[in-house]
Design a protein around this ligand. Structure first.
Ligand code: ATP
Length: 255
């Protein structure tokens, strides 16, 4: 039987920074509607790979295929336009902006009205603004922040800020979301809430690729786990397979 086209394919990707080989011949696929986690020790190359996928870095060799199309080397805003959005390892919430404005920022590359139209605030601009606002409100509700739309970013606890970033990543109707350490800095109940949300995202049909060190969280939410070590793919499998993989235990998980 022919296998369906992957949502994302990382094919033989290398990335070097001067003499440092951050990624060496890394290949894996992310199937539509699944949650894939990348794990591995500090410096293994996880964030570098997210940066290669999103066009922040250009791969030194290899290809990134999105829905079967080679997107290697295209600019970050083009990657976003194609339907890949992401969150970052460190909180990127604008502290002086309201929660709603923080989410609306995520849709900037989707609106089509040009500069002159914006200046004139034509009907088209107003309509697009209204649509973006409605979508942002919907996403705030999705991440359990309904009612907090007018609060400044700075007033929100860490768990709310992380979920706010998720809402921002979702506002542009992506097909694939990349989450860099979605539960770092969160307490147990905030981590559980984030896990529930990511599983709810999957139920809605979204495809997710995430990087995370919290193994309970990873084992709970992932369909597939890819393990990186010193820039190389060490293993790939289901949570149960990875938990029992001797090489992964020796390199990362421990006993
Ligand atoms: P962590 O779990 O600590 O976030 P990671 O697996 O995400 O680690 P990366 O941040 O991708 O690891 O780093 C992989 C390697 O590439 C490291 O040796 C790092 O120092 C190096 N590296 C990453 N970005 C750059 C850069 N812009 N310039 C030079 N070296 C870099």
């Amino acid at each position: 039987m022919k296998r369906a086209k992957a949502m994302l394919e990382v094919a033989n990707v290398n990335k070097s920074f001067g003499g440092i080989m951050a990624l060496m011949d890394v290949s894996f696929r992310v199937d539509r509607g699944t949650i894939t986690a990348m794990i591995g020790p500090n410096g293994a190359g996880k964030t570098t790979l997210l940066n290669v996928i999103t066009g922040i870095y250009m791969a030194s060799a290899g290809e990134i295929l999105f829905e079967g199309k080679n997107i290697s080397g295209i600019r970050p805003h083009q990657v976003s336009y194609l339907g890949i959005s992401r969150t970052f390892q460190n909180l990127q919430v604008f502290q002086n902006m309201s929660a709603l404005e923080n989410v609306m920022v995520g849709s900037h590359c989707r609106t089509s009205a040009g500069f002159i139209a914006c200046l004139a605030r034509t009907l088209k601009v107003k309509r697009e603004e209204k649509e973006v606002r409605n979508r942002a409100m919907e996403m705030l509700g999705f991440v359990n922040l309904a009612g907090k739309q007018n609060q400044p970013g700075s007033s929100l606890p860490c768990g709310d800020q992380k979920r706010l970033e998720l809402a921002r990543a979702l506002v542009s109707h992506p097909k694939l979301v990349l989450l860099d350490e979605p539960v770092s800095g969160l307490n147990n109940s905030e981590t559980e809430e984030m896990g529930d949300l990511i599983l709810k995202l999957k139920e809605s049909g979204m495809t997710v690729l995430l990087v995370e060190h919290d193994m309970n969280f990873v084992m709970r939410v992932s369909d597939v786990i890819v393990v990186l070590n010193y820039g190389e793919k060490l293993a790939q499998g289901s949570p149960a397979e990875i938990q029992n993989d001797d090489m992964v235990i020796a390199a990362y998980l421990g006993d």
